[in-house]
Design a protein around this ligand. Structure first.
Ligand SMILES: [Ca+2]
Length: 255
């Protein structure tokens, strides 16, 4: 009876701790476009405006899985218009550590505009945390990563970005960010965030005006674990609740 009651108390404690932590847990669904799921489509192409969304993005099937297909290679390039087409949202609390997991492959990369302007932000993720910016982009020709770390120099990858890969983007606001690929324990790139006081925002998609990319995304998740101090407090609470419960039972038995 006592044990049952203490288990109920334990469950209540865990539930309370979970809701207090209010951790992010966001998964993109591929039955509809991100704009139907809380994301806002954005472009620097003043000519196409929001019409660009349906020209660049579609829900599709990739390798038998529901996917988001991105294809900016079909739009005519004009150097008077930008060719960045991305999704953004500003309603996420990004001042605590969080992780973005993206499974994607790049089918094609086309350089437009200035050849010297080649950069990999044709498929990118970036995060403004309120105090800093962490960002990376993936390129396919050649397979590479580019980031604000190393001043956007090309970091050639030992894997082919035209194949499926898991990109795990781990951001510690006020600290550093790390990008892991396919469960590797060593990040392919890591470093401090760029100081930025711009409002919090998470962005992904085609972020460059001079590259066009054809890509497929079959997973996009944003997760946040409770702060270590919160986890520790929950653990300590659980342990003390269990100890208290056991002491009570022992005491009752002895009486
Ligand atoms: Ca582009």
């Amino acid at each position: 009876m006592k044990l049952k009651r203490s288990l109920v108390a334990l469950a209540a404690l865990l539930l309370t701790a979970g809701s207090e932590a209010n951790a992010l847990n966001l998964t993109l669904d591929f039955q509809s476009l991100p704009s139907a799921q809380g994301w806002t489509f954005a472009t620097n192409n003043s000519h196409l405006g929001n019409a660009a969304e349906s020209l660049v993005y579609s829900t599709c099937t990739a390798d038998g899985l529901p996917a988001l297909c991105m294809d900016s290679t079909q739009l005519p390039y004009s150097n008077s218009d930008g060719s960045a087409f991305w999704y953004t949202r500003a309603d996420l609390e990004l001042s605590n550590p969080f992780t973005v997991l993206m499974r994607a492959r790049l089918l094609e990369e086309v350089f437009q505009g200035f050849p010297s302007g080649r950069n990999a932000f044709g498929l990118f993720i970036d995060a403004y945390t309120g105090s800093g910016l962490a960002q990376f982009g993936v390129g396919a020709d050649p397979s590479r990563i580019q980031s604000h770390v190393k001043n956007y120099a090309e970091i050639l990858t030992p894997f082919d970005t035209r194949q499926w890969h898991d990109y795990r983007f781990v951001v510690q606001p006020g600290g550093a960010f790390e990008l892991f690929v396919d469960g590797a324990t060593t990040p392919i790139v890591s470093g401090p965030l760029l100081p930025s006081s711009l409002d919090q925002a998470l962005n992904f998609g085609d972020g460059t005006s001079f590259n066009a990319v054809r890509a497929e995304i079959t997973m996009f998740q944003v997760t946040q674990v409770p702060e270590p101090s919160t986890s520790l407090m929950v653990s300590l609470g659980v342990v003390s609740a269990l100890c208290w419960s056991r002491r009570r039972q022992v005491g009752n038995r002895a009486a």
